[in-house]
Design a protein around this ligand. Structure first.
Ligand SMILES: [Zn+2]
Length: 653
């Protein structure tokens, strides 16, 4: 398996031709030393940027070298200097965004159904007009890639191809191929499918081309998200880079949801954030150090490498403050790496994602599930329906997941052998109904707002008998013989429609019209309500506690329970060759201080933490690392005096 360099910087260099003196202050020695002193082990440097310019002495396309590039050997000198200091230097090549190509070759642009090009108008600032790799553009891209590979030879560590997304296209080339294949390009779904087919083909062919020249070259294609959409083309990747800048539109809910899926694909992963307070291109801002710590340490807590995005200023000089910041975080990262890399996650549950393999994008239920289950300290993966789930104790089928008869049969065998299953609302429907072994029939319950009544089984820590509103539409679950009703929901006097309404929001409970909302049948529990989506939209604590109770009923004690706040995050890794688990504890709290995104400005210490363990192997000793402070274990409970920010407990077995 390809192993990533642990502490990376992704050094953007999208540079306008309207700026003079490009790279005139570049000093290779200062450049490489700055990274070395900031504990950076790999820097992704630019061959070609979104403006469409090249940063190396191209012989094939001399007219595409940045017109104001003072030092034409910039890329080569960057790589040589980095290598001199033992730093890796993979090379960046843009794919779908190239302003020069888009301006001069309208026939290379992705065309929407209307005939207009895809992306932003040329009259607005930005290089966001997308190119189609089924056109003559591909040859241009291949010739540049070949030239970079030939020029660098053995010096080439890797290639990072950016902006490689499945974008529906009906350009002349795509239309011709669709016609040839008998695809109706008037049908949007067919065009989307074709776009995925052509991008998968592009990735596979490009990787074969690269590997033929340099078999050990790392290769990654970036589309801003890794999910089931990459499943069919995953052989084209040597590893996965999970672009997820919490302040850049991704938010703090994205990374766990993509990371817990990506790590099931069998390749090394890194998380990619940025040094920017906001997002890419925000040159003169610095992320708060606590935020950068949290984002990088979160990656390490999953066993991942880290990449921090920066942008080199046009003059070619690195900003010293940026590398002070990155160095402060990467020094601590380096000191803790040995307890996370290499490792494998220890998991007890899996959530099967209903993410669309053609369109991609993380469904709301998966974002809600990731947040809720992390708060409960459940150790879980997110998997697709191709993944072998037999090793988990618990499979969760979230809202919107439809399954095949074949998959239903696999789940039934799993449950028969003692595996546990939780279905959320319509999660797990097969041909429009629950599989027979669920012990219930499904029909939709399109009306929103009814009221789950807490009892001693589900919602046992809540006010018993209290009605808790569930705001989203749900499922009607009709129990069959043998199924046990664990919880009921009451109905409102009437549902709010037209002239029937009461007060500002929903009509309150009529204390009647009860219907089952949680059912158990042998090893299966079904929730009528869309618990994960509710959590994504409103984060009601009662939904989380209802889930916790259902997991406890099915599985018993989970591997990790703690008395810390809900903001505490705990990830369990195993390093079998060192006979140990490592428990990664994070305590940083994102706060909504502004209208745009959540801010972390401080770490938040947690005191007197008790962590109750139920692990597959018995623990002989525990200590906080790298500080080397012994940790007491009593009857399987670790007591930790305090954790400030990031704490790792080494659990030796
Ligand atoms: Zn096209």
């Amino acid at each position: 398996m390809f192993t990533l360099s642990p502490r990376q910087v992704h050094l953007d260099f999208h540079t306008s031709e309207k700026i003079p003196g490009i790279a005139e202050d570049f000093d290779p020695e200062v450049f490489a030393k700055t990274f070395k002193e900031a504990f950076v082990s790999s820097v992704t440097v630019f061959a070609r940027c979104h403006h469409g310019w090249l940063y190396y002495p191209s012989e094939r396309f001399p007219e595409m070298i940045h017109p104001n590039l003072v030092n034409r050997n910039l890329l080569l000198e960057q790589i040589d200097a980095l290598h001199k200091y033992g730093i890796n230097a993979p090379v960046y090549i843009t794919v779908q965004w190239d302003y020069q190509a888009a301006k001069h070759h309208p026939e290379w642009l992705i065309r929407k159904k209307s005939g207009a090009h895809e992306g932003e108008p040329f009259s607005s600032p930005g290089f966001y007009q997308s190119l189609c790799v089924n056109t003559g553009y591909l040859e241009y891209l291949e010739r540049i890639t070949d030239e970079v590979m030939e020029m660098l030879g053995d010096k080439l560590d890797g290639l990072f191809f950016d902006i490689v997304g499945n974008r529906a296209c009906t350009c002349a080339a795509c239309r011709a191929e669709m016609e040839e294949k008998g695809i109706d390009y008037g049908d949007d779904a067919e065009v989307e499918k074709f776009a995925k087919f052509t991008m998968d083909r592009f990735k596979n062919r490009m990787s074969a081309r690269v590997k033929a020249k340099k078999p050990d070259c790392s290769i990654f294609y970036n589309a801003g998200h890794v999910g089931p959409i990459v499943h069919d083309s995953s052989d084209a990747f040597t590893h996965f880079e999970l672009e997820s800048l919490p302040s850049g539109g991704w938010g703090y809910l994205h990374f766990p949801a993509t990371a817990r899926y990506a790590r099931t694909l069998g390749k090394d992963c890194l998380g990619m954030t940025g040094k920017f307070h906001t997002s890419w291109g925000d040159f003169h801002s610095l992320k708060n150090q606590a935020a950068l710590e949290f984002e990088c340490f979160k990656m390490l807590s999953y066993g991942f490498a880290s990449s921090v995005g920066d942008q080199l200023e046009p003059c070619g000089r690195l900003n010293p403050a940026t590398y002070k910041l990155i160095g402060n975080v990467y020094r601590k990262f380096a000191e803790r790496e040995e307890w996370a890399r290499p490792s494998s996650p220890v998991t007890e549950a899996a959530v099967v994602t209903p993410e669309d393999e053609i369109k991609g994008g993380i469904p709301e239920c998966i974002r809600g599930a990731a947040q809720m289950l992390e708060e409960l300290a459940v150790q879980f993966d997110i998997i697709d329906t191709e993944y072998d789930f037999s090793g988990y104790k618990l499979i969760i089928l979230p809202e919107g997941l439809k399954i095949s008869e074949d998959y239903a049969a696999k789940l039934e065998a799993f449950a028969r052998n003692g595996g546990k299953i939780i279905s959320i609302s319509d999660g797990g429907l097969c041909n429009g109904n629950y599989p027979a072994f669920f012990g219930a029939d499904y029909s939709p319950h399109p009306e929103a707002c009814d009221f789950a009544v807490a009892n001693e089984l589900i919602g046992k820590e809540l006010w018993k008998g209290n009605e808790f509103v569930m705001q989203l539409s749900s499922a009607e679950i009709t129990p069959k013989a043998g199924a046990e009703i664990l919880m009921e929901a009451s109905s409102p006097y009437f549902y709010r429609h037209g002239t029937s309404f009461c007060s500002h929001k929903y009509t309150p409970s009529s204390k009647s019209g009860y219907r089952p909302c949680v059912l158990k049948n042998n090893n299966v529990i079904i929730f009528a309500h869309r618990l994960f989506c509710e959590y994504f939209v409103y984060a009601p604590k009662w939904c989380k506690l209802m889930m916790r109770d259902a997991i406890e009923i099915l599985v018993g004690k989970t591997m990790i329970k703690h008395n810390g706040p809900s903001t505490l995050q705990i990830s369990l890794l195993e390093q079998p060759e060192k006979n140990r688990y490592t428990l990664h504890i994070l305590t940083y709290i994102p706060v909504r201080k502004c209208s745009s995104f959540d801010i972390i400005e401080d770490s938040t210490p947690v005191y007197d933490l008790d962590i109750s363990l139920a692990l597959p192997k018995d623990i002989k000793s525990a200590r906080l690392v790298p500080e080397n402070i012994p940790v007491d274990i009593n009857n399987g409970v670790l007591h930790i005096d305090f954790v400030d920010g990031y704490g790792i407990v080494e659990l030796n077995y």
